[in-house]
Design a protein. Structure first.
Length: 230
């Protein structure tokens, strides 16, 4: 009875282990095949020419709305131009150019220049759209700019509509890439605690299946010796 139970446990437990090993292998293969490393590669940094800075920080309060209370000011180089990014106590951020013009919200023309500056591929820019919300490869309940490029993997760039910050780089197959990544890491739920329990449980199952196979091997080896002696 024990040997029979051991046999069935090893058989079906091994099937579960084999399925997860298959998902591991497929996940590793597709993550290597779909090389998305360029999504995390920024363009070469450019030096900011201080002679191009015409607007003094002291002039910023006059440019901003009256209710804006400044928390911090940053001088940034965006699409080859110097801008002030002003963060306020309310959490809202403003973009101001060197002519003292408020560039918040970011215009489609500026969003187009920013998208090109954040892109590191060889394709051409196809469209730049302001989406009220995004539910595709980049999920956002607030408005975002989406720029689409014509490279083979259809790179997508998402920008913040208030200050033009790069939010994400994506590709058309990003959803599949994420699925195989979760398969590879055994992230089957949205809870980190349950994912950890699944991982520990699968590790225990793998150990028990291996132990069951070892016990069956020893049992068969002893049976063969007894048979040969007889």
């Amino acid at each position: 009875m024990f040997k029979r139970s051991l046999f069935w446990f090893h058989r079906y437990g091994g099937l579960l282990v084999s399925l997860q090993l298959l998902l591991w292998s497929l996940g590793g293969f597709f993550m290597a095949f779909w090389s998305f490393g360029d999504l995390y590669t920024d363009p070469p940094p450019q030096a900011l020419n201080l002679s191009a800075v015409k607007l003094k920080p002291e002039a910023l309060p006059a440019v901003l709305p009256p209710e804006a209370q400044i928390r911090s000011v940053q001088l940034q180089l965006l699409a080859g131009q110097a801008f002030y990014r002003v963060d306020t106590l309310s959490g809202k951020a403003y973009l101001v150019d060197q002519q003292g013009q408020l560039q918040t919200p970011v215009s489609p023309a500026l969003a187009t220049e920013l998208a090109r500056s954040y892109y590191t591929g060889t394709g051409s820019l196809q469209t730049v759209d302001l989406l009220p919300r995004s539910s595709g490869n980049y999920v956002s309940d607030s408005p975002v700019y989406q720029a689409l490029f014509s490279d083979p993997q259809q790179t997508e760039i998402y920008l913040h509509p208030e200050h033009g910050q790069l939010l994400a780089r994506r590709k058309a197959l990003w959803g599949w890439y994420q699925r195989f990544w979760r398969f590879h890491l055994m992230q089957y739920t949205s809870s980190a605690i349950w994912n950890k329990r699944l991982l520990l449980g699968f590790a225990l199952l793998t150990f028990l299946v291996s132990l069951a196979g070892l016990l069956q091997f020893i049992s068969r080896l002893r049976w063969r010796r007894l048979r040969s002696d007889s």
